[in-house]
Design a protein around this ligand. Sequence first.
Ligand code: SF4
Ligand SMILES: [Zn+2]
Length: 328
Amino acid sequence: MISHSMEKPLASWRGKERYGNEIMECLTVIFRSGGCSYGACRMCSYRHERYHDPSVDALLSHLRAQLNWVMENYPAEEYRLVKIFTSGSFFDPVEVPPAFLADAARAFRGKLLIVETRPEYINEDTLTGFIGQLDDGSWETPLYCAIGLETSNDAIREKCINKGFTFADFKDAAGRTRASGAGVKAYFLFKPLFLTEGEAVADMRTTIADTVPYADLFSMNPCTVQRNTELEFYWKRGAYRPPYLWSVLTLLHAAPVHMTCDPLGGGQKRGPHNCGKCDYELVKGIRDYSLTADRELIAALLETECGCKEEWEFVLAEEKPWCMPLTR
Ligand code: SF4
Ligand SMILES: [Zn+2]
């Protein structure tokens, strides 16, 4: 049996992140937790990452061991911003025992924290208590709740993603977040299952415009085909293609706010991709843009010549949606 003192998070890495007009040192940690209590999204394999030991005490000691490992391996003075993921929701009390929240807040006191959670786990008491322990006055907004809204369209969120909450739920949670003194980060999913490329682009345009009043930070995830997901089932049968990088560039260029975007699996067949020849440069440019917010870079990338651009334009114009029966 591996000793708890040797336990590490699922993943952790150092990097840079844009916040306001600054580029700052960032630590990202993905804690192994009790796992997403919802666990039904069609494109998600993270929900499989969990401890199968049901006791709260065991879970708490696993999480504390991971946190200790993080504190020992990443000197606190080397980063200012921390992004926490759990393959679920940090504020879900079943997934992350509430006692661990206090540990994490103390460990990262004085840092700017971005913490992922579903909207139903956002309540003002939890957030206010958490901020009270985290905040040392260094930041005007010391905590952001990152919510995977994915789209502002309830039908797409339900049918194509099976996310299990509505745009109204997101807006309510954003209100509770802000009332607690925290900020809101919205994650968008570009091109979920069952949408054509054109429909997906249109959905993102609307989603960004709809969400601007309710969030402070924005990040768009072009969909990737993860293993052991329903999305993978369809992809293997030729019924899904990840989005084109051309579409990603178009959306970043037209967005009324700065959206960060890290095209995971970019240029590979399971990730957002073009033809294989132009992908590397475009993926690199998209990552650079996330840090620099330089729209001219995106405009220049959109002007890049490649034979696959015509193919993309054809797909946008000609791809037809799947027909689903309205009745049984
Ligand atoms: S996307 Fe988030 S909410 Fe949905 S199953 Fe995965 S971890 Fe749970
Ligand atoms: Zn190309």
